[in-house]
Design a protein around this ligand. Structure first.
Ligand SMILES: *Cc1c(COP(=O)(O)O)cnc(C)c1O
Length: 222
């Protein structure tokens, strides 16, 4: 069986150098994460605040951490001091809390807007209507300590490649629409985070700039 370090090297050979890989390390041990780190990779993602806080101090400080899972407002203050990006902004409240906490530690927090594209209702994310309303109203421009860098989305969990492709196309369309209508003057609004172990190839074909990979690097989760 290939080692973790070999897995990430194999993955890197399969994708364009311009696509960023987040090694999603949820449920993985510090030793497994170190194996990826020692292969030269520096960008990791976690979906739970408590788990992230428990691991990060046992790991090198030059890791770039991304939060990729649903974030509760009351936990924002614990991660804003050190994470590099919050990919899972899914409510207006979260936007304002992140901006407030970032202000407190003198930061401007890079964020992605999570958009709901899947058939499953359980997945988090804004609808485009909600998003437009938020951007148009409610003091959006007062969120000075947030830097909106693009969008994130998850496709339906299915083997149907056409469904997955249609959903990724939709997310890429939404990205372009938002960029054109609201972020044309922003030099930061550039990223589409889509694609996981099972669907990253389709995602890249449809314009992904960030893929979030767990299983293909670390093996199956228990
Ligand atoms: C777990 C997770 C991933 C990675 O999933 P794999 O299928 O293991 O690659 C990507 N994004 C999010 C938000 C996740 O929670």
């Amino acid at each position: 069986m290939a080692t973790i370090a070999e897995n990430i090297r194999t993955l890197k050979r399969q994708i364009p150098g311009s696509v960023k890989i987040i090694a999603v390390s949820k449920t993985r041990s510090v030793d497994d994460i170190l194996e990826v780190y020692n292969s030269g990779h520096r960008i990791f993602g976690e979906n739970r605040v408590r788990e992230l806080l428990g691991k990060k101090d046992k790991l090198p400080s030059d890791i770039e951490w991304h939060l990729v899972g649903h974030l509760q407002s009351n936990k924002v203050k614990y991660i804003v001091p050190f994470v590099n990006m919050i990919q899972s902004i899914d409510s207006h409240r979260l936007l304002s809390v992140v901006s407030r906490e970032a202000d407190r530690c003198g930061r401007v927090m890079p964020c992605l807007l999570q958009i709901h594209i899947a058939e499953e209702e359980t997945k988090f994310g804004f609808s485009m209507d909600e998003l437009k309303e938020i951007i148009n109203n409610r003091g959006f421009n007062d969120l000075k300590n947030i830097r909106i860098c693009g969008v994130m989305g998850m496709a339906t969990f299915t083997d149907n490649q056409e469904t997955i492709r249609r959903e990724f196309k939709l997310l890429a369309d939404y990205f372009r629409e938002l960029k054109h209508n609201y972020f044309a003057d922003s030099k930061d609004f550039n990223d589409i985070s889509m694609g996981m172990s099972g669907d990253f190839k389709i995602a890249i074909e449809e314009g992904s700039t960030i893929i979030r990979i767990g299983t293909l690097i670390f093996g199956e989760r228990k």
